[in-house]
Design a binder for this molecule. Structure first.
Ligand code: NAP
Ligand code: F7E
Length: 326
């Protein structure tokens, strides 16, 4: 019998890569999708005939108890969230409800429906925020700097709490930024690569950005979903940092992205106060030592390759050489 996994957030960047990975491992994949007036299946269109999508929402616990009882998955990957930091300042309560309390709703649904289910929580390096230690590891104290980071911290601790209180096989992956051609256009990496492609093709003439000095530990999403899966294959649940161990500034990202198409970023980037945040996370750099030692996980795509892969994909998309986000 193939294993069955439920992914919340399957329509997002990570959900689509994780679904592909689990299909490759021979899983039956169920994706929880929320009701919307237009369908948001762009990232999973190419595998839609190989997965089942079912309606449910992190805001509605009954929907999740119901679908766990009906589909009886052995593994649940909770990737759904209001995941954009900037939006979390404007919609802090919604972010807390979905990204924070939503985790409790799902964990409790697991406890009620089948406490034997293995559970993955998508925690975030945003929990380190104003970092108190460099690089950040599983033992670094947290100091979140946004309503999103605070909500993720709640999600992390409730995962630990359900593991300790009810003996759930619940793991928390503290993932640093990971990007891909499927990244949402509002995040800085994809905003840059998409605009670079537009400028190169004569469809835009400037790129408006906020803080160019912010530094992130950026990896490739396709690599990171493998770590999620590996966590649930371990005998015991645990917390793991997933990162590359390198950090680069937004400015450096711009330099490489523009340089890749023969342009100088200084000719096009315009600083716009609208993209500054009320509180910033200046520097993130993680150590993946535990993931490497215990999971045997290593990032495969390096920083420059990631940037150029994203620029090339955006060029292909805009030129009509790619039909979708895959
Ligand atoms: P994403 O592209 O923004 O996808 C978020 C997903 O959550 C979408 O499928 C969205 O559905 C779904 N969703 C939002 N609200 C929901 C609700 N109320 N009920 C059910 N589903 C809901 O995010 P991502 O980059 O793939 O990230 C996946 C997870 O990892 C998120 O939890 C994120 O916070 C976390 N994370 C991401 C990173 C990163 O660098 N990417 C790093 C650390 C942690 P719609 O399509 O309907 O909007
Ligand atoms: O910002 C700066 C901005 O929005 C990165 C999410 O996946 O990773 C992501 O959160 C940096 C910030 O990602 C613009 O101020 C400058 O310092 O791409 P971002 P994020 O906030 O790091 C973490 C790990 C998650 O968990 C989240 O879900 O770039 N920046 N100018 C800008 N950022 C944006 N978005 N737009 C700009 O114009």
């Amino acid at each position: 019998m193939p294993k069955r996994a439920l992914i919340t957030g399957i329509t997002g960047q990570d959900g689509s890569y994780l679904a592909e990975h689990l299909l490759g491992e021979g899983y039956e994949v169920i994706g929880m999708v929320r009701r919307s007036s237009t369908v948001t299946f762009e990232r999973i269109a190419h595998i839609q005939d190989r997965i089942s999508t079912v309606q449910g929402d992190l805001l509605d616990q009954a929907s999740m108890i119901d679908l766990l009882r009906t589909w009886k998955p052995q593994e649940v990957y909770n990737l759904a969230a209001q995941s954009f930091v900037q939006t979390s300042f404007g919609q802090p309560v919604l972010t807390g409800d979905v990204t924070g309390l939503g985790v409790t709703r799902l964990l409790d649904a697991v406890r009620i429906a089948d406490p034997g289910i293995r559970f993955y929580q998508a925690s975030s390096s945003e929990m380190f925020g104003k970092v108190v230690e460099v690089p950040q590891s599983e033992t670094t104290p947290f100091y979140p700097r946004s309503p999103y980071g605070v909500a993720k911290l709640y999600g992390h601790w409730i995962t630990v709490n359900y593991r300790e209180s009810y003996d759930l096989h619940a793991s928390s992956g503290i993932l640093f930024n990971h990007e891909s051609p499927r990244r949402g256009l509002e995040f800085v990496t994809r905003k840059i690569t998409n605009t670079v492609a537009k400028i190169k093709l004569g469809k835009a003439n400037e790129l408006r950005l906020g803080n160019l000095e912010a530094e992130r530990d950026w990896g490739f999403a396709g690599d990171y979903v493998k770590a999620m899966w590996l966590m649930l294959q371990q005998d015991s649940p645990d917390d793991y940092v997933v990162a590359t161990g390198e950090t680069h500034s937004v400015r450096k990202f711009c330099q490489i992205a523009f340089g890749h198409v023969g342009l100088n970023y200084e000719d096009y980037v315009v600083i716009d106060e609208a993209f500054y945040r009320p509180a910033e996370v200046d520097l993130l750099i993680g150590t993946p030592a535990k993931s490497e030692a215990k999971l045997g996980w290593k990032p495969e795509v390096g920083f420059e390759d990631l940037v150029t892969m994203m620029v090339d994909a955006d060029l292909a998309l805009l030129e009509g050489r790619l039909s979708g986000l895959h």
